[in-house]
Design a protein around this ligand. Structure first.
Ligand SMILES: Nc1nc2c(ncn2[C@@H]2O[C@H](COP(=O)(O)OP(=O)(O)OP(=O)(O)O)[C@@H](O)[C@H]2O)c(=O)[nH]1
Ligand SMILES: [Mg+2]
Length: 412
């Protein structure tokens, strides 16, 4: 399930090209995290198709429930029917190799897309750091100082930067890091460590319950757009999605969400403008539960993190949701706009105090050199990033995966 959503598309080895074209797998970068449902009994009875007919294995969203480790080869090949005259071992291997090749290709595609989205942040974090070390033979204090300034300029934040530089200085002293190239690798390892500390999967609902996601954030960060993009991804994974128009405040907000609902062909539960958002979301959660939906995504009005009464309203929404399902909301997702730099960190801290966050989406990475803010937030809050927004189009939402993100940001 999408960390939201329940139904993973099984690895469909019989689906031909049409399915491959529609497959959401291109949005799902993580072969390592791939988890697949066991093949159905029906599927085990059918003879497998030749590898050429394979669609890419579906990779669940990063919010998916952790799956038990699959047996070697499981998930990449169906059980084989020896009676069909195949040589099970060789065919299974061919299928697995092809699937692996497709995943590698998807990863390359995702990497290229993310690199584009991160182009401006790369200019600071990657190009400038690379330039800094070019031609240097040794690491001296000046080099470390300049590196420190670059990290701060990329909005990695003072606490994370100070820690990184202190650690590097110590390791240089111990001669664990002795040349500029090693320094670059060490910086990357430090950044990876920050991101991995903030790992964590999304809470799953009890059986038969919808998974409820509450989107929160200040005005204009991209909450509603992210809901539209996410709905598409969840549907592609086989989830029945419902939306709740919890922004009853801003003129046109309900219509904006309804437009996304129509575009994705999913129901939107709404009341009249000015209605109590807690009441709208309560009704929606009740409807989603009664009608067997897998995921409910609730929009909320943008609010300043400094306005106590508006933060109280969010707490009320959470309380009311718990009346229907004590586990809801399963995810409180903060949406922050990368272009706002350090302000995004303040927002994250204050929202987290009001309604403990379980996930973060960082939007508008495509238009900023301040993508380093992601590290500042991860360092401070240790709340996992779920997605990054790299454009205004429906497909411009990427699952956040730390190593892919670092590759997009730092690999030459
Ligand atoms: N470039 C870019 N623009 C984005 C991204 N995500 C959202 N936007 C744009 O940001 C603007 C605001 O998006 P909304 O989804 O309305 O933001 P919101 O947080 O719901 O805003 P309020 O409801 O007013 O609080 C729109 O023009 C979106 O197209 C992104 O990842 N990249
Ligand atoms: Mg909105």
């Amino acid at each position: 399930m999408f960390g939201f959503g329940k139904k993973k598309r099984p690895v469909d080895l019989e689906a031909p090209a049409a399915d491959a074209a529609a497959a959401p797998a291109a949005e799902h970068p993580l072969p390592a995290a791939r988890a697949t449902e066991p093949p159905t009994t029906e599927r085990t009875r059918r003879a497998p198709q030749p590898p050429a007919a394979l669609s890419p294995p579906a990779v669940p969203s990063p919010l998916a429930a952790p799956q038990p480790p699959a047996a070697p080869g499981a998930g990449s090949a169906p059980p084989l029917d020896a009676s069909a005259g195949q040589t099970p071992g060789r065919l299974a291997q061919a299928i697995a190799e092809r699937a692996a090749g497709q995943l590698a290709e998807q990863r390359r595609g995702l990497l290229a897309g993310l690199r584009n989205g991160l182009a401006r942040t790369r200019e600071v974090l990657n190009a400038d750091i690379a330039e800094l070390v070019t031609g240097r033979k040794e690491i001296d204090e000046d080099l470390l100082e300049e590196l420190e300034m670059l990290l701060v300029a990329a909005d990695v934040g003072v606490p994370a930067t100070t820690r990184i530089i202190e650690d590097l200085a110590y390791r240089v002293k111990l001669r664990e890091v002795s040349d500029p190239k090693g320094l670059l690798e060490a910086v990357r390892a430090q950044l990876a460590e920050i991101l991995h500390r903030a790992d964590g999967s999304v809470r799953q609902p009890a059986p038969g319950r919808p998974q409820a996601l509450l989107m929160v954030g200040v005005n204009g960060v991209g909450k509603t757009t992210t809901i539209g993009k996410l709905t598409k991804q969840l549907q592609a994974e086989g989830n029945k999605v419902m939306l709740a128009a919890g922004d009853t405040f801003r003129a046109g907000a309900v219509e904006q969400l309804q437009a996304w609902g129509e575009r994705n062909d999913v129901p939107v539960i709404a009341q009249q403008p000015g209605a109590d958002p807690a009441s709208v979301i309560y009704d929606a959660l009740q409807a989603a539960s009664a009608r067997g939906f897998d995921v409910l995504i609730a929009d909320t009005a943008g609010r300043l993190h400094t306005k106590t009464n508006l933060m109280e309203e969010l707490k009320k929404i959470v309380r009311v949701m718990k009346k229907i399902d004590p586990d809801a909301p399963h995810e409180v997702m903060l949406v922050v706009d990368a272009t706002t730099g350090q302000n995004a960190l303040h927002q994250a801290v204050q929202f987290n105090e009001a309604v403990p966050l379980t996930g973060i989406t960082l939007t508008k990475l495509d238009g900023t050199a301040k993508g380093g803010i992601l590290f500042a937030i991860a360092e401070r809050l240790e709340v996992p990033f779920r997605f990054v927004g790299v454009g205004e189009q429906i497909e411009d939402l990427r699952h956040f995966e730390a190593d892919l993100f670092l590759d997009a940001l730092m690999a030459p």
